[in-house]
Design a protein around this ligand. Sequence first.
Ligand code: PBG
Length: 331
Amino acid sequence: MTSGVFPGVRPRRLRGTPALRRLVTSTRLHAGDLVLPMFVKESITDPVPVTSMPGVVQHTLDSLRKAAHEAVEAGVGGLLLFGVPAVKDAVGSQADAEDGIVNRALAVLRRDLGDDTVLIADLCLCEYTDHGHCGVVSAGSVANDETLARYAEVAVAQAAAGAHVVAPSGMMDGQVGAIRSALDAAGRSELPILAYSAKYASCFYGPFREAAEGAPQFGDRGGYQQDPSRSVHEALREVALDLAEGADAVMVKPALAYLDVLAAVRAAVDVPVAAYQVSGEYAMVEAAAANGWLDRQRAVLETLTAIRRAGADVVCTYWAAEAASWLVAER
Ligand code: PBG
C-alpha cells in the first residue's frame, strides 16, 4: 500500500532516524558564526542586570573582560561593543573620547585577547547623546551631514582604540563613504566596515534602550531608520549604496520579523551578510520560557537556525556564548 497520488513518493523516508536527519541537514549552526553584543557602563562598581533582558548585564570593565574571555573560550566568532557613558552631551563627545568608556573597553579587550576574536565597535551616537538620537540634532531633527562628520571622528577613535571592525548603525545617508574616507585618511585602509545597511524602525529595540540607555528623548527614529511596511527593494537599495560606498559586509536588523529582507539581500550580494537578533527577539523568548510556555533551548536554536537558513553568514545574538557552549557539547 502506498499513499497519495504519486505511489512510491515518500518524503518521510529521509526522516526515519536521527542519523538520517543529521546526514541531510542543510543548515548547521557554528559557534564561530555567532557574535555576542556586550554593554559596558562607566562609573559602576558591579554589573547591573538589564531587567527586560534576563541574563544580560551592563558590565563594568572588569566583568566585561571576564565575560569576553569566557565567550571567546566558548568559541564565539566575535564581540560587538556598546558603551554607556556617565555623562552625555548634544554631540556624543564620549563616543570618540580616548578615555571614553567604549574606547577604554576596546583597548583593554584588544590587549587581553589580541587577534583571538573579532572586536566589532557599534558606531552610533545614541548611547552618547543627551537627546538619545543617533546623530546631531539641528532645528528639531537629526542633521545628516553634520552627523557624518561625527561618525568619521568616532570611526577613527574606535580604530585607534583597537576595534577590528567598525559597524555604523545610525542609518545616515552616506555614512559608509564618510567613514571609509576617514579611516583611509587615518592610515587605516585595512580596517573593515560592517554596515547596518537595512535597519528598520522597530519596536523590538525596546529592551536595548534600557541596556544602552539610548532612548530618544523626543520623537522617534522613523526619520532615519526604515519603515517596516516598505518593500524589500528599499532594503536592496540601501545595501547597494553601502557597497558602492565601500562596505565590506552588510547587516539586516532585526532578524526574525525580516527574514524576507535577509533572504533577498543574501541573493543580491557577494559579501558576507549578517543579521542582528535584537533585544526584543531575545526578550520574547526569555519571557515565554520563564513562563514555561516555550522550551527555551529549542526556541533559541530554532530561531538561530531560521536566521542562518534565510541566508545570514553571521548572527549577532545575546545568546551567542550560551549557544556556542551547547553547539560544542552537541558534538
Ligand atoms: C544604535 C543601535 C540600536 C541597536 C543596535 N544599535 C538601537 C536603536 O537603533 O534604537 C538595537 C539592538 C537591539 O535591540 O538589540 N543605533
